[in-house]
Design a protein. Structure first.
Length: 480
C-alpha cells in the first residue's frame, strides 16, 4: 500500500516540477525531476504486484533486481546536482562544489558499471551493496556538515532537514535489506523499500517548503530590484531635466560665442588670406633659389667622369658614378621639400665631399657631431650646406696663400643653439669678405632670410668668425 501511495504522489510531484522546468528552464528543476523519475523506476523494480495491472512495460521493471541498485544511485547523483544549484555552491564555495561534483559523477559511474556487469557481479551483490553504503553514507554526512558550516541561505534549514530524512530512510532501508538486528517492530516492521520511500516522501515535503521559500525569496528580490529601478529611473529623470536646463543655457551661451567667433573668423580669414599669399610668394622664391644650387657642379662632375673613362680608370669611374647617382637622387628627393632633417642634409654633403675628393687630390674631410645633438629632430632648408662647402673649397683652391688640408665640419650644441662650423684645419684667419666669387654664400644668405620669414619658431644666422663659416640655429630642437 505504501508503495502504491508513494508511486502516485511522486508521479504527481515529478510532473509538477517538470512543468516548472519547462516554464523557467532552470536546471535545478530538471535535476529534481530526474531524481524523482529514477526513484519511480526504483519503486517499480521493487514492486511484486500491481493490482489490476498487467502491462508489458510494468512487467519489464517489476521485480527487476538489475535496476534496483543503479536507479537508487542514479537518483542520488541527480539529487546531489540538485543540491549544488539549490545551495548555489558554485558561487559560495568552490571546493564544496567540486566535492559534490565528484560525488555525483562517481555515483553515475558506479551505476553504469553495476548495470553493465550485473551478470558477473551477481555472486557479490550483497558485498557490493554494503561497500557502497559504507563509502556513501559518510560522504553524505560530511557533505551535509560542510553545507551547514559554509553556506549562508534562508532555505538551508529545509534542505538539510529534508536531506537528513532522505539519509535516515536510506540508512534504515539498508539495515533492513542486510537483515541487521534492529527493533524494526517499533518502527512499523516495513520492507526496506518502504522505509526508503517514506524518507523520500518526508524529504519531498521539506523540498516543497524550500521551493516555496525560494519562490518567496526570488519574488522579494524582484520587488527590491524593481523598487531600486524605479527609484533610479526617477533620479535619472530629475537628472535629465536638470541637465537639459543646463544644456539649454550652455547652448544659448555657445550660440552667442559662435556668432562672435564667426565675426572674428571673418576678420582672421581676410588676414590669413593675405599671409597665405605672402607665404606662397616666399615658398615660390625659396624653390627658385633651390633650383639655382650648383648648376655648374653637375657639369664639372660629368667632366670628371668623362676624364676617368677616357683614361680607362673603369673602377674609379664606376665608384664615382655610384656616388654621383646617390647625390643626384638626394637632390631630386629634396628639391621640392620646404625643410628636411639635418641627418638628411649630412648624408647629402657626405656624398658631395666624396665626389669632390675625386676631383681634387690632396684634401680630406671629417664630420663631427656632438653626442648631445639629435640631428633627426633638427629641421633645415634642403641643400643649404653644400654651397658653403663649395665656396670653402674654392677659397683654398683659388688662393695659393692657403693650403687645403682637411675640411672639418663640427656640429655642436650650446644651450638652445646648434652650431655648424666649417673650417680648414691649420688655417687661423680666412677673410670671406675678400672673395670675389661669393655667389654660393650670398645664395645661402638669401635662403636663410626667406626661411626666417616663413618660420616663427626657428632662426638661422650665418656669420664669419676668425676661421671658417658658422651657421647658428636658435631653438631648433623640438620639445616633443
Amino acid at each position: 500500500m505504501i508503495e502504491l501511495f508513494f508511486w502516485g504522489a511522486t508521479s504527481v510531484l515529478m510532473c509538477f516540477i517538470f512543468f516548472l522546468y519547462l516554464k523557467t528552464k532552470e536546471k535545478i528543476y530538471l535535476f529534481y525531476t530526474l531524481f524523482l523519475f529514477f526513484i519511480l523506476i526504483y519503486c517499480l523494480s521493487t514492486l511484486t504486484s500491481f493490482p489490476e495491472t498487467n502491462s508489458k512495460l510494468f512487467n519489464l521493471f517489476r521485480s527487476n533486481t538489475r535496476l534496483t541498485e543503479p536507479t537508487t544511485l542514479t537518483s542520488f547523483a541527480f539529487y546531489v546536482l540538485f543540491a549544488q544549484r539549490l545551495m548555489e555552491t558554485a558561487d559560495n564555495n568552490i571546493k564544496l562544489n567540486k566535492f559534490l561534483t565528484i560525488l555525483a559523477y562517481g555515483s553515475f559511474v558506479y551505476s553504469g558499471l553495476y548495470f553493465i556487469l550485473y551478470s558477473l557481479l551477481q555472486p557479490y551483490i550483497l558485498n557490493l551493496f554494503i561497500m557502497a553504503r559504507i563509502t556513501l553514507f559518510p560522504a553524505v554526512v560530511f557533505g551535509i556538515i560542510w553545507i551547514y558550516k559554509s553556506i549562508d541561505s534562508s532555505i538551508k534549514f529545509y534542505f538539510i532537514t529534508g536531506s537528513l530524512t532522505y539519509l535516515l530512510g536510506a540508512l534504515i532501508a539498508s539495515f533492513r535489506y542486510v537483515n541487521f538486528p534492529l527493533p524494526f517492530h517499533l518502527i512499523g516492521d516495513l520492507s526496506s523499500s518502504a522505509y526508503f520511500e517514506l524518507g523520500i516522501l518526508i524529504q519531498a515535503l521539506f523540498f516543497a517548503m524550500a521551493l516555496g521559500e525560494r519562490i518567496v525569496m526570488l519574488h522579494e528580490e524582484k520587488i527590491t530590484a524593481d523598487k531600486a529601478l524605479i527609484s533610479q529611473l526617477k533620479k535619472n529623470h530629475q537628472l535629465t531635466l536638470k541637465t537639459n536646463r543646463e544644456l539649454e543655457k550652455e547652448v544659448e551661451k555657445r550660440v552667442n560665442e559662435l556668432l562672435q567667433m564667426k565675426e572674428n573668423l571673418q576678420l582672421k580669414e581676410t588676414e590669413r588670406l593675405k599671409i597665405e599669399y605672402q607665404n606662397n610668394l616666399i615658398k615660390s622664391e625659396i624653390k627658385a633659389k633651390q633650383a639655382q644650387v650648383n648648376p655648374h657642379f653637375i657639369y664639372n662632375s660629368m667632366n670628371v667622369l668623362k676624364y676617368m673613362i677616357q683614361k680607362k680608370q673603369n673602377k674609379d669611374a664606376i665608384s664615382y658614378l655610384i656616388k654621383f647617382s646617390r647625390l643626384v637622387r638626394n637632390l631630386l628627393e629634396q628639391i621640392d621639400e620646404g625643410t628636411i632633417s639635418l641627418t638628411q642634409e649630412i648624408e647629402y654633403i657626405r656624398n658631395y665631399l666624396e665626389l669632390e675628393k675625386k676631383r681634387f687630390d690632396g684634401f680630406d674631410y671629417s664630420i663631427e657631431i656632438s653626442d648631445n645633438v639629435d640631428t633627426n629632430k633638427i629641421p633645415i632648408p634642403p641643400l643649404l650646406l653644400q654651397p658653403l662647402l663649395e665656396s670653402t673649397i674654392r677659397i683654398y683652391l683659388s688662393d695659393n696663400e692657403y693650403d687645403l688640408k682637411k675640411i672639418r665640419i663640427l656640429i655642436s650644441k650650446n644651450a638652445d643653439s646648434i652650431y655648424i662650423s666649417i673650417n680648414n684645419d691649420g688655417v687661423s684667419i680666412i677673410k670671406f669678405s675678400n672673395i670675389k666669387n661669393r655667389e654660393g654664400i650670398d645664395l645661402v644668405k638669401e635662403r636663410i632670410e626667406l626661411f626666417n620669414k616663413q618660420n616663427n619658431d626657428y632662426r638661422l644666422v650665418l656669420f664669419n668668425p676668425k676661421s671658417g663659416l658658422t651657421l647658428i640655429y636658435n631653438q631648433l630642437i623640438s620639445t616633443d
